[in-house]
Design a protein around this ligand. Structure first.
Ligand SMILES: CC(C)(COP(=O)(O)OP(=O)(O)OC[C@H]1O[C@@H](n2cnc3c(N)ncnc32)[C@H](O)[C@@H]1OP(=O)(O)O)[C@@H](O)C(=O)NCCC(=O)NCCS
Length: 177
């Protein structure tokens, strides 16, 4: 249950453990939704974004010291992707006109369906609201879309990203805060 979970901001020294968690989540939790070539391809557009850690907008969720999940939000233009993804844009968003981003959500396969994703989203929404944002936007994987839908995000448009090889379906979603 969510009350067993603790949260804190991620630090640079967490990167190796967070990378291992993301690798496991990408490999295991996308299996019901994507074929192996799509999972391989999705690695090019997923993964750690250290800018979020440096910005203080990336959360780690733990239970008794074990890493259960991670995810964050952003006041910068990049909508999705990791450090190695092409086309990143660190420009600052304007809370008066732009939606804040939800970014890089991953739950360890041993901790799924225990509210880790839901907890991270509520932390992100609170933080973005505190900075004056009134909307949030994200690009969901097929694996991520049910979580966001359950948390009040609405679909905007389906697209796909083939920069890693096989086309990976992704869904732009939005929520008013
Ligand atoms: C998406 C992800 C972060 C969800 O994490 P989670 O911690 O298991 O999510 P929660 O336990 O907070 O789920 C909250 C609600 O979302 C919905 N949900 C989450 N995962 C779901 C799934 N696989 N199938 C259907 N509904 C799901 C349910 O309504 C759930 O509530 P319930 O368990 O009471 O039914 C996780 O599956 C993951 O890491 N996936 C692989 C990486 C990825 O694609 N990340 C998203 C990038 S956009």
């Amino acid at each position: 249950m969510a009350h067993d979970l603790q949260h804190r901001l991620a630090r640079r020294e967490d990167v190796p453990a967070l990378t291992a968690l993301m690798d496991a989540a990408i490999a295991e939790l996308q299996k019901p939704f994507l074929d192996p070539s799509q999972i391989a391809s999705s690695r090019a557009i997923m993964g750690i974004d250290t800018q979020l850690i440096d910005d203080g907008t990336y959360f780690v969720i733990e239970e008794d010291g074990a890493l259960a999940g991670c995810g964050g939000w952003s006041r910068r233009a990049t909508l999705y992707g990791g450090d190695r993804s092409p086309g990143r844009n660190p420009a600052r968003l304007d809370p008066a006109t732009d939606p804040a981003r939800v970014r890089a959500m991953y739950t360890h396969p041993s901790f799924v369906r225990r509210g880790v994703g839901r907890l991270i989203l509520s932390l992100c929404e609170d933080a973005a609201r505190t900075e004056g944002f009134t909307r949030m936007e994200l690009m969901a994987t097929v694996a991520g879309a049910p979580l966001y839908k359950a948390c009040g995000f609405e679909p905007v448009e389906w697209t796909s990203d083939d920069r890693g090889g096989a086309p990976v379906p992704i869904l732009r979603m939005r929520k008013a805060l």
